[in-house]
Design a protein around this ligand. Structure first.
Ligand code: NAD
Ligand code: IPM
Ligand code: MN
Length: 368
């Protein structure tokens, strides 16, 4: 049987820097665990724009549709800020999500014990935290029509449309309930049914899916603004949060700070099962291209490495090997290794992206 296939899209800014460490982890699994992948690599975002005048070529899109999983670094950067909207780096990522139909974006926020004092919240609020935000990823205000900037009288109007069909809500709700059954069996759905019709429909459909097919899972509903507050007040009340595309974007960045740094948060974007039974999937850190630190060897590679661990778990049925990576990360953090984003005022010397990669590989070796 041929090896499972991976398409690597490092992207822009710190994307290639953190992905370089992931590639070493992938090689480690080939060498030491007999888990080899057929890896190909291509351009996305600004890097693709520079080479081809588009943030994602049709060829790369076609490859992404064929492989077993895609790993993406990050896209974007100030160099591309003034490009026409249609060719901005972010459009490449959005096209991948839309055309692969990756409707369910799992964004776990887990607080490693070694970082509990580093969170901007108190230790007792975040210690032991383990929640997942399930963000709807292919619809809502990111994609709704009409959209654009139009002229109205003497001024311009910017327009975006929040839009959800019942089936779009239904499928992401199911993915959240399925996930909850494998975890704490609790789902909190967040919308703004008090002010938005799409929120009313969201709440109704989530409740219906629950009542018909998942009555064993504990379900609650919360307005998303109150949810943001509760996420900071007492995040451990949650297990799985299911929410729309835009609220999920905001809530997951907020959740990042519970774990200490945006450089810690991985994600899995999953679609329907392919012919081989694996879900269509793209794995990427929650963070962006971090232009402020790009090119300096300072970026934290953990979010991207943990995204590969999610690929092992969700695409390749290798939950134990995923755990091996997570335990290795836990160990290097417990040993006191910190990239610059994980250091406050206490004056610990930061390690580089490469040194963090070295330490994680050494911890993987030690796990054998
Ligand atoms: P960002 O996530 O790139 O950076 C926010 C802050 O977090 C910065 O101070 C950065 O240095 C820090 N940070 C992020 N990741 C880090 C890491 N791994 N290690 C250490 N520090 C890290 O968000 P931004 O500055 O708002 O956006 C920059 C660009 O990235 C924009 O063009 C944006 O559109 C894009 N972006 C892309 C993605 C993606 O590719 N999935 C996600 C978010 C933002
Ligand atoms: C994310 C990012 C993206 C989003 C951008 C870069 C398109 O912020 O993945 O969280 O808004 O979804
Ligand atoms: Mn975001």
């Amino acid at each position: 049987m041929s090896n499972p296939s991976l398409l690597i899209l490092p992207g822009d800014g710190i994307g290639p820097e953190v992905m370089a460490e992931v590639k070493r982890v992938i090689d480690w699994f080939g060498d030491k665990r007999g888990l080899a992948f057929d890896v190909s690599e291509d351009l996305v975002g600004g890097a693709a724009y520079d080479a081809h005048g588009t943030p994602l070529t049709d060829e790369t899109m076609a490859k992404a549709q064929e492989v077993d999983a895609v790993l993406l670094g990050a896209v974007g950067g100030p160099k591309y800020d003034n490009l026409d909207f249609s060719v901005k780096p972010e459009r490449g990522l959005l096209r991948l999500r839309k055309e692969m139909d990756l409707f369910s974006n799992l964004r776990p926020a887990q607080c490693f014990d070694a970082l509990a004092d580093f969170s901007s919240l108190k230790r007792e609020v975040v210690a032991g935290l383990d929640i997942v935000i399930v963000r709807e990823l292919t619809s809502g205000i990111y994609f709704g029509e009409p959209r654009g900037i139009i002229k109205e009288g003497n001024e311009r109007v910017g327009i975006n449309t929040q839009r959800y069909t019942e089936s779009e809500i239904d499928r992401v709700a199911r993915s959240a309930f399925e996930l909850a059954r494998k975890r704490g069996n609790k789902v909190c759905s967040m919308e703004k049914a008090n002010v938005m019709e799409s929120g009313i429909l969201w709440r109704e459909v989530v409740q219906k899916v629950h009542d018909e097919d998942y009555p064993d899972v504990e379900l609650s509903h919360m307005y998303a603004d109150a949810g943001a507050m509760q996420l900071c007040r007492w995040p451990k009340q949650f297990d799985v949060i299911v929410t729309d595309n835009l609220f999920g974007d905001l809530l997951s960045d907020a959740a990042a700070m519970l774990t200490g740094s945006l450089g810690m948060l991985p994600s899995a974007s999953l679609g329907a099962p392919m012919a081989n039974g694996r879900p269509k999937a793209l794995y990427e850190p929650v963070h962006g291209s971090a232009p402020d630190i790009a090119g300096q060897g300072k970026a934290n590679p953990i979010a991207c490495i943990l995204s590969f661990a999610m690929a092992l778990r969700y695409s390749f049925d290798q939950g134990d090997e995923a755990k091996r990576i997570e335990t290795a990360v836990e160990k290097v953090l417990a040993d006191g290794l910190r990239t610059a984003d994980l250091i406050g005022e206490e004056g610990v010397e930061p390690v580089s992206t490469r040194q963090m990669g070295d330490a994680i590989l050494a911890a993987l070796d030690a796990s054998l």
